[in-house]
Design a protein around this ligand. Structure first.
Ligand SMILES: Nc1ncnc2c1ncn2[C@@H]1O[C@H](COP(=O)(O)OP(=O)(O)OP(=O)(O)O)[C@@H](O)[C@H]1O
Ligand SMILES: [Mg+2]
Length: 141
């Protein structure tokens, strides 16, 4: 499904809608998009929708931030990750087993992380504040 966002608030609101549409149990959300596309903004909305606690900041230096809540949110930033070995080092498999929501920035860098069951969110800049956001693998009402 394709959405058009005109502001950061729009992108956050879409993240919130996606959170509401997620099936029970664990979910993996693979995000794609260049620097400044709005991936972190989208995760902020997800967090709100999941009732996650704490303010969402980019986990660029920590690789993963954990937000407890009604449903746990694990927010990954794979920008600095080299490949499959490092995926193992950060405990990716353990996170998958925790039945929370794993939201992944820079999924481009870790194709090995995904088995095809993930939800894919691709954010493309159309202009300064415009974004085309494609969500695949999830029905949103
Ligand atoms: N429609 C929009 N949706 C999201 N962000 C927007 C939009 N229009 C402008 N912006 C701006 O774009 C920037 C998006 O930043 P954000 O940190 O979410 O990007 P990112 O994709 O996570 O980047 P990075 O790869 O560096 O982590 C913010 O400064 C935000 O205000
Ligand atoms: Mg980011």
């Amino acid at each position: 499904m394709v959405f058009f966002s005109r502001s950061q608030a729009d992108t956050e609101a879409l993240g919130e809608r996606v959170a509401a549409a997620l099936p029970e149990g664990g979910a993996v959300i693979a995000m794609y998009g260049e620097l400044g596309a709005g991936k972190t903004a989208f995760v902020r909305g997800l967090a709100r929708g999941l009732g996650a606690e704490g303010s969402v900041v980019s986990p660029t230096f920590t690789i993963v931030n954990e937000y407890p809540g009604r449903r746990e949110l694990f927010h990954f930033d794979m920008y600095r990750l080299g490949g499959a070995d490092e995926l193992f080092d950060i405990g990716w498999e353990d996170y998958l087993g925790r039945e929370g929501v794993c939201a992944v920035e820079w999924s481009e860098n870790v194709p090995e992380a995904f088995d095809g069951s993930e939800i894919r969110v691709t954010i493309e800049k159309t202009d300064e504040n415009g974004r085309k956001i494609t969500v695949e693998g999830l029905e949103i009402c």
